[in-house]
Design a binder for this molecule. Structure first.
Ligand code: ADP
Ligand code: MG
Length: 377
């Protein structure tokens, strides 16, 4: 087991004489034994980051440490980091058994040790009956497990998984996800898991690192990212259903600062504790963010009333989703499985004022809630 630390890491590719900045100033500390997810849309630099950690790609600048060893100049074999690839990358001319043993054979490991390790991963991943097959005789899910086995048999200090579930169908994805979680619990090795799927990240990770356009935006637990997103991108990327945004303008109502919707009739009176921070911005344009789980049908006090007309009602079993319009703004709210609405109904919801997120419309930075500031203001 080992921690992984990236300090000011950059990756620039030269492609057809053009520079592609794939990773910019990445600073990341993955704790010993932690399950970290690197989450972000396609092309944001996740795979490049993983390939630099494992040693398949040089860093353009910056430092990578495994434990306290600087590994920039170490070959992949000397880093004790294993990576399981999105495409599985199995050797078609070798049996499953030889595919799994490949990294040990390459090191010239004695047969007896090979067999011992093989038994361990085979038991862990329940793949005994696949050993004599060829990769072409395996389903996608089975290939995925063999690819995991081949990485795990090295008994690495750090285990990197790059979108391991992206080629599996939904049912298999859920069961393989559970198996990966279980593997981590059992091995207690440091895992770095790459995905573009926030639900995967939320269900697996101890902490999530959110990237976009080569830049790391925020690292935090699921709760920290949901409740204290640093900016609009993070707020939007994490959470299901997605957060609602309402474009607003700052006005004064009898001396109270109020954010008034540009396209509808929503009016949000800014709580005292956030006033100074918002007024100090000097700007007039803000975005109000409301998570679909936050509004309720009861007014519990210190709330903002949301009155609208139901546009869509989705009956989903465990929870229902109501989408309603407040003039030109559309909001989705999650209600209990026992609450039903008809299209065209007028509805009232109440969102607690301190659950509302406020973003600067220009910089998209979140200025209402920041967990580091929350107590000290
Ligand atoms: P992700 O894994 O998040 O989808 P990648 O790390 O694969 O992102 O890619 C980040 C950016 O770098 C993309 O714009 C991609 O096109 C570019 N890129 C990746 N690998 C190379 C390469 N070998 N040569 C040139 N550009 C690359
Ligand atoms: Mg990738």
């Amino acid at each position: 087991m080992a921690s992984v630390t990236l300090k000011n890491v950059y990756k620039t590719y030269i492609s057809k004489k053009e520079e592609v900045k794939a990773v910019r100033d990445l600073n990341l500390e993955v704790r010993d034994g932690e399950f970290m997810c690197l989450l972000g849309p396609s092309g944001c630099g996740k795979t490049s980051s993983m390939r630099m950690i494992v040693g398949l790609e040089d860093v353009t600048s910056g430092e990578i440490y495994i434990g306290d060893r600087l590994v920039n100049d170490l070959s992949p074999q000397d880093r004790n980091v294993a990576m399981s690839f999105e495409t599985y990358a199995l050797y078609t001319h070798l049996s499953v058994r030889e595919n799994i043993l490949f990294p040990l054979r390459a090191k010239g490991m004695p047969e007896i040790e090979c067999e011992k390790r093989l038994k361990r991963v085979v038991d862990m991943l329940e793949i005994e009956d696949l050993l004599d097959r060829g990769p072409s005789q395996l389903s996608g899910g089975q290939q995925q497990r063999i690819s995991l086995a081949r990485a795990l048999i090295r008994e690495p200090e750090v285990f990197l998984l790059d979108e391991p579930l992206s080629h599996l169908d939904v049912t298999l994805r859920t069961s393989t996800r559970a198996q990966i979680k279980h593997l981590h619990d059992e091995l207690k090795t440091t895992f770095i898991y790459v995905t573009h799927d926030q639900l995967e990240a939320i269900s697996l990770a101890d902490r999530i690192a959110v990237m976009n356009f080569a830049v790391l935006h925020q690292i935090g637990t699921r709760e920290e990212l949901l409740d204290y997103p640093v900016n609009r991108f993070v707020a939007d990327f994490i959470g299901e259903p997605a957060i609602n945004f309402v474009e607003c303008t700052l006005i004064q109502d009898n001396g109270h600062p109020v954010l008034k919707s540009n396209h509808g009739s929503l009016e949000y009176s800014i709580p005292d504790k956030w006033r100074t921070r918002i007024l100090n911005r000097g700007g007039k344009h803000f975005i109000v963010g409301i998570r679909p789980h936050d509004p309720h049908t009861d007014d519990i006090g210190d709330t903002t009333k949301l009155t609208g007309v139901v546009d869509v009602f989705e009956f989903l079993g465990e929870e229902n989703h109501v989408t309603f319009k407040i003039d030109g703004d559309t909001l989705t709210v999650v209600v209990s499985p026992y609450q039903f609405y008809k299209v065209g109904d007028t509805v009232d919801f109440f969102v607690p004022d301190n659950r509302v997120h406020i973003f600067d419309a220009e910089t998209e930075e979140c200025i209402s809630t920041t967990y580091k500031l929350e107590d000290g203001e």
